[in-house]
Design a protein around this ligand. Structure first.
Ligand SMILES: [Mg+2]
Length: 474
């Protein structure tokens, strides 16, 4: 059964994506329980409609990865006891890497986690490869996030502990099809759509529009005064297009629409939770119910029971991409806060009620395969030269505070080169051991107090004889 209060003190982020779990007696929930709108029911509900497959629009055509079978350069199970920081230890450390989650692992909102800097130094000083893999990032570029992370961890200006190692939830959009970036139109929403637009531009997307642009052009698209929109000044629609307008949204001329004079939206990007849920719910619904993304029209296929999904989203409408599914996240506030996933659930509810069918959408961010693929490829290149050479890894330790995105993602990700992903859960963030939940739903290799304990545990696991006490004395 759904236990909402448990989520606020334990783990709910993306929890609804899990398969049903048996109760104490080993029974799966009854159909009556599912009909009551339980968490388990929501699981199947979403899984049938969502996709994290990197097909189609995302070109994740990574270089061929060497596997360890092709070039075994280190022992699979280390029996070494190398002294920390020795040449032998550094040689061992070439074979494994780290992915660090940020919120709840390296800091709590603006509050520092004391051991974070030591943990990063331990990696850097062993020449270990590491990256920061965060589901945050709605309104920041990777460079801005890196600068913010430096501040939150307490690193001074000259230290390269953070560098250009940040991967945010929407970073994989860099790999979007070149043709889409150049010729197609993106509708984008976030806490600050204007900043999100600028980030999309930095990824190479030329034609990006926001709700502000539409409100200026289409005065009746939203019946209420929208909430304050940041930096609000609407821009002209791309390629001098205009909105199709008709008194009957179904009485359009499909041939005329194609003449290039009318706005056609090809993709919807939800970068993070929109500031004005009501406005964005209305506009995204309009886009998904339209004929091929021409705003102002309604598809004739909507509701056609002979078609898949009752004809909804079956008429060339844009795909909806959401940059992460986290229902909750951890800040300085003592109670977990809603994340981007909460907007998706709200929108999904409206869509279901309105159409009677599931919302079809694509997602990235942890725990999606898209994001872990992107991170893995970046790790393989991390020590490579500018020519894009890669160096294989035997093992990657994912250090996170969220069982649903960090632990689950690492457990499910099995890259083709055979690299083993090992999740380590820290106690400084979202997950709290409670009477009701003694163990997280997704089981990590180990649960440790904080990020330094995590790195020490991993290094000892690899045969490097390091201790926390020794690191803290440095
Ligand atoms: Mg976190």
């Amino acid at each position: 059964m759904t236990n909402f209060s448990k989520g606020f003190y334990g783990v709910v982020s993306s929890e609804i994506w899990c398969d049903p779990v048996p109760d104490k007696e080993g029974e799966y929930p009854s159909s009556e329980a599912q009909a009551e709108g339980t968490e388990e029911n929501a699981v199947r509900f979403l899984k049938s409609a969502a996709s994290d497959s990197p097909d189609g629009d995302l070109e994740l055509n990574f270089v061929k990865r060497r596997t360890l079978d092709e070039q075994p350069v280190w022992p699979v199970t280390s029996s070494s006891t190398a002294s920390p920081f020795s040449q032998e230890a550094k040689k061992l450390a070439r074979s494994f890497g780290f992915l660090y989650d940020c919120d709840g692992v390296l800091h709590l909102g603006d509050q520092k986690i004391r051991s974070a800097k030591s943990a990063l130094r331990l990696c850097r000083d062993h020449d270990s490869r590491y990256l920061f893999l965060t589901n945050g990032g709605g309104n920041t570029t990777e460079e801005q996030k890196a600068a913010s992370l430096k501040k939150k961890v307490g690193i001074d200006g000259v230290d390269d502990l953070i560098g250009d190692r940040v991967i945010q939830s929407h970073t994989p959009l860099r790999k979007f099809r070149t043709q889409a970036k150049e010729d197609e139109t993106i509708y984008i929403t976030s806490l600050d759509p204007e900043r999100a637009r600028n980030i999309a531009h930095s990824y190479g997307f030329r034609n990006v529009i926001t709700s502000t642009d539409l409100l200026e052009q289409y005065e009746h698209i939203y019946p209420f005064a929208p909430k304050h929109i940041f930096n609000s000044k609407g821009r002209a629609l791309p390629n001098a297009t205009k909105l199709w307008r008709g008194t009957d949204a179904m009485a359009y001329d499909a041939a005329e629409l194609k003449n290039g004079n009318y706005l056609k939206i090809d993709h919807v990007f939800i970068f993070n939770d929109p500031r004005d849920w009501s406005l964005e719910t209305q506009i995204i619904h309009d886009i998904l119910a339209s004929h091929q993304g021409y705003l102002g029209t309604l598809s004739h296929k909507n509701g056609d029971k002979s078609l898949e999904n009752g004809g909804w989203q079956q008429d060339g409408q844009p795909k909806v991409w959401i940059s992460n599914l986290d229902l909750l996240w951890k800040t300085e506030h003592p109670i977990n806060r809603f994340g981007t996933g909460a907007f998706l659930h709200a929108f999904r509810g409206v869509w279901k009620e309105s159409t009677g069918h599931e919302l079809l959408f694509k997602y990235m961010g942890k725990p999606s395969r898209i994001t872990y693929e992107y991170a893995h490829d970046s790790l393989l290149r991390a020590n490579g030269a500018a020519d894009g050479r890669t160096e294989p890894l035997r093992r990657v330790y994912m250090i996170g505070d969220n069982p649903e995105s960090d632990v689950r993602g690492a457990l499910e990700f099995q890259p083709e080169d055979g690299t083993e992903y090992v999740p380590i859960l820290v106690k400084t963030g979202v997950w709290r051991q409670t009477e009701a939940e003694r163990q997280p739903r997704w089981e990590p290799a180990v649960i440790v107090n904080d990020v330094l304990d995590a790195v020490v545990w991993a290094m000892r696991n690899e045969g490097i004889d390091v201790t926390r006490e020794a690191v803290e004395k440095m």
